[in-house]
Design a protein around this ligand. Structure first.
Ligand code: URA
Length: 286
């Protein structure tokens, strides 16, 4: 085989490993002067999405940017027990945020820009829990501010729930997995005590698990979202006075990719709305 062939192949392999290495380090955004709207063709077929998506809203980063450091080596079980200890000692949401910012047991913290804690009204009776921040959330320091967040806001505003008034939103993981990959079981296990404590401190009447990862983690089950969604269940932990009524719904990112599921999400939202109305929970249609 000609030597030029081996040279070209070597360069290809080098480039591939460089790309993989950058992705692992969280360098997966290519910034250009003008944004390219790759979702335009999808929106035409999905009337759930605003016809012209606005750029992610400008929000002041609420948390200190994570300082770039190297993740200390710590086993998954050590990380989980340290997280449990820190989470349990937090008696307020501010203390919980500080505990998470001080936690060193999840390597994702060291590739993320912000610790994405929560958004919305912490006194709300309805709390949503998603999976993990994406690129926009990592940049702005708030959950669900990108395209799927805009769809989530639109879905819930149709049933009278907005983060400005009566909705509180957080995620299983407060740090973005590089390249928006699925969080690993070790990463989830290191972070889960924090969201469990977060739910205990907010103590909402309703907990809506947004997407399969959130539902599987909080319900501690291997069942998939197709089986879990649309049914009321109970969420219990030792720190809660009483179980919370909970339901899993499709993740808006999945709905953007699968507009055919629109009917199912509307069914689930209506079930949620009717239950809230029955419980006398104030819905905001201002
Ligand atoms: N997807 C999530 O699950 N959470 C976010 O905050 C953003 C996108």
């Amino acid at each position: 085989m000609a030597s030029w062939y081996f040279k070209v192949m070597e360069q290809k392999i080098d480039l591939k490993s460089a790309l993989e290495c950058w992705t692992q380090l969280g360098v997966d955004d290519i910034l250009v002067e003008k944004s390219v709207d790759r979702f335009e063709s999808i929106e035409e077929t999905l009337d759930l999405v605003p016809s012209k998506p606005e750029a992610a809203p400008r929000v002041e980063p609420p948390s200190r940017p994570v300082q770039p450091q190297v993740a200390p080596a710590i086993s998954a079980s050590e990380a989980n027990s340290k997280a449990r200890q820190l989470a349990k000692s937090a008696l307020t949401l501010d203390e919980l945020r500080t505990a998470m910012e001080e936690f060193e047991g999840c390597p994702l913290k060291y590739t993320a820009t912000h610790t994405v804690f929560a958004d919305g009204n912490p006194k709300a009776k309805v709390m949503l829990v998603g999976e993990a921040p994406g690129a926009d959330e990592d940049r702005y320091g708030k959950p669900f501010v990108g395209l799927s967040g805009q769809l989530l806001d639109k879905m819930f505003s149709h049933i009278g729930l907005t983060r400005q008034e009566n909705l509180y939103i957080s995620n299983i993981l407060p740090w973005r997995p590089p390249g928006n990959r699925q969080p690993t079981p070790a990463e989830t296990s290191a972070c889960v005590p924090f969201i469990q404590r977060h739910i205990e401190l907010v103590s909402p009447d309703y907990l809506i698990m947004v997407g399969g990862t959130s539902a599987k983690t909080l319900l501690d089950t291997r069942d998939g979202i197709m089986r879990l969604r649309g049914k009321w269940r109970e969420y219990k932990t030792d720190g809660l006075d009483q179980p919370i009524k909970t339901m899993a719904i499709f993740h808006p990112a999945y709905l953007l990719r699968s507009p055919g599921q629109k009917r199912e999400i509307w069914k689930d939202l209506l079930v949620i709305k009717n239950s809230l109305l029955k419980d006398g929970i104030n819905l905001d249609y201002a």
